[in-house]
Design a protein around this ligand. Structure first.
Ligand code: MSP
Length: 497
């Protein structure tokens, strides 16, 4: 398909409830999907999200909740779905790695790579802590003991299956050297490249013996082993949108993905394992992997064990969905880490939303009511009789769509919103400089009409461009000022004191 946009979020683990970090990636993806649907057409965009449900993390969480892993996964997957509903996420598909369509594809991939000789049987040797069921590296041990439970570790050897990453390292280096835009932001590209230049990859152990972990997809050629959760999970991007045919050729109307979105914590899996897996299968690579930064709380990583997770539902209850979406995408440049705090939300809310946007709309509607009885003046505002400020605003209006489009093509939400707010700022300044009450007193009706019309054009344009970021606000703007007769409502964003 020409000009299509296939976009993915990570598949989130179901061991714990979703928090603001998960909502960040998904809101960013939702904004891109909405924008691209407008730009390319509704049916040209496919937005995939879902949950990653196998592996030890989930097994353990289920054990401690005295539940079966499937029941546990069902419950948490439902929490993710509920959250996406509350955040108005317009995904096209939600894939769970326990679904048949996924299991089938994973087993097919394993089968193809095994037959090809890219997966082979070998011995895995490591230092294992039996109570914690964890392998440790020598360097991670504390005085030779498990760093978690402080008990002795054992050296164990077990049969496992390995994927030949080593065979493809040179190829991947070459690919990266020729495709600088494959990984964004540029700092993440450099990080991956230098990692590959400085380190020799080991083959990847892609199985776990069933006696140690049973919650996974059985290897088709060795059913006493299950698939390592990362090898399983990455394949979702294929299993959701296509199938392998009888000649082992992958068929899909959506693949290759235009964009895999995630945070920096899972960059390497997506820029080393995943491209090599695809290349070994003879499948085209995704166009881009973008890894954004982390939201921290008081400079600390958010996690259940630290007890500092923030529930997105609490935030939208307090500040409204659109303000929350706006804050996440505006406050920190996409790609960098940021510190999450309610003070920061309130600050953004009061200055950008209440003061700048809310006031512009409210003042303009009030003037239309006062001077024109609620009718938007119907004047030709194209020739603005040499008013430089109005002329500049019209230029900004015309340039806004290409500016936002270009920014979003680079996943630069801050620049896109910055462009929209620049127009809002110019319009507010135009009101202050023009002093419309003087026009009214001086009976300069034509000028007043044109002045109002320019403001209406600004607001309509802002509404249009904001739709993907803040769908409800855009709908309210459209409702209030979309037709010839205004419908003034309460201020869009009442100040928070
Ligand atoms: N299951 C794997 C991904 C498999 S993809 C085939 C996984 N899951 S996860 O639940 O841990 O989600 C990690 C992702 O959640 C991050 O890459 C990011 O998209 C999002 N975030 C989780 N915490 C975050 C922050 N504190 N800040 C920003 N994003 C965060 O890894």
């Amino acid at each position: 398909m020409e000009n299509k946009f296939y976009l993915t979020t990570p598949l989130y683990y179901v061991n714990a409830s979703p928090h603001i970090g998960h909502s960040y990636t998904t809101i960013a993806a939702d904004t891109l999907a909405r924008y691209m649907r407008k730009a390319l057409g509704e049916d040209k965009v496919w937005f995939l999200t879902g949950t990653d449900e196998h592996g030890q993390k989930i097994q353990r969480a289920a054990d401690s909740a005295k539940s079966s892993p499937q029941d546990f996964a069902d419950k948490t997957a439902a929490q993710f779905k509920n959250l996406w509903k509350a955040l108005d996420i317009s995904y096209n598909d939600f894939i769970r790695t326990t679904e048949e369509r996924h299991i089938k594809t994973v087993q097919k991939v394993l089968d193809i790579l095994y037959r090809k000789g890219d997966i082979y049987e070998g011995k895995y040797e490591g230092l294992y802590c039996t109570p914690c069921e964890t392998f440790w590296l020598e360097s991670q041990l504390l005085e030779g003991k498990c760093p978690d439970c402080k008990r002795p570790v054992e050296k164990i050897t077990e049969t496992n299956y390995f994927f030949k990453l080593t065979k493809y390292q040179e190829w991947l280096l070459g690919y990266l050297n020729n495709n600088r835009d494959f990984i964004k932001p540029a700092s993440r590209y450099e990080e991956t490249l230098s990692f590959l230049e400085l380190n020799k990859l080991n083959d990847l152990c892609i199985s776990r013996p069933k006696e140690r972990l049973s919650w996974g997809i059985p290897l088709p050629f060795a059913p006493e082993h299950v698939t390592y959760v990362w090898f399983d999970a990455l394949i979702n991007y294929l299993s959701a949108v296509g199938e392998f045919d009888a000649n082992d050729k992958y068929q899909s109307q959506w693949w290759p993905a235009q964009l895999h979105l995630m945070a920096k914590d899972i960059l390497r899996q997506h820029t080393v394992y995943w491209p090599i897996m695809l290349h070994a299968l003879g499948i085209e690579l995704p166009e881009r992997v973008f890894a954004h930064g982390w939201w921290m709380i008081n400079e600390d990583k958010m996690s259940k064990s630290r007890g500092n997770v923030v529930n997105p539902l609490d935030m939208i209850k307090k500040y409204g969905l659109d303000a929350y979406r706006y804050f996440l995408l505006r406050d920190v440049p996409f790609g960098l880490d940021g510190n999450f705090s309610e003070e920061a939300i309130i600050k953004r809310y009061n200055s950008d939303l209440a003061n700048d946007l809310g006031n512009l709309v409210y003042r303009t509607l009030t003037m239309i009511e006062k001077y024109f009885g609620g009718d938007i003046p119907d004047v030709d505002f194209s020739g603005l009789s040499g008013n430089k400020q109005a002329g500049d605003i019209m230029v900004k209006i015309n340039n806004l769509r290409p500016l936002v489009y270009a920014a979003l093509n680079n996943q630069d939400f801050g620049r896109a919103l910055g462009g929209i707010w620049e127009l809002i700022g110019s319009a507010n300044k135009y009101i202050e400089d023009t002093k419309p009450w003087n026009l009214e007193k001086g009976k300069k009706e034509e000028e007043l009409k044109k002045f109002i019309r320019v403001l209406v054009e600004v607001i309509r344009k802002v509404g249009e461009e904001l739709e993907a970021f803040m769908p409800h606000t855009a709908a309210l703007i459209e409702e209030q000022i979309g037709s010839g007769l205004i419908k003034k409502g309460a201020p869009l964003f009442p100040r928070i004191c």
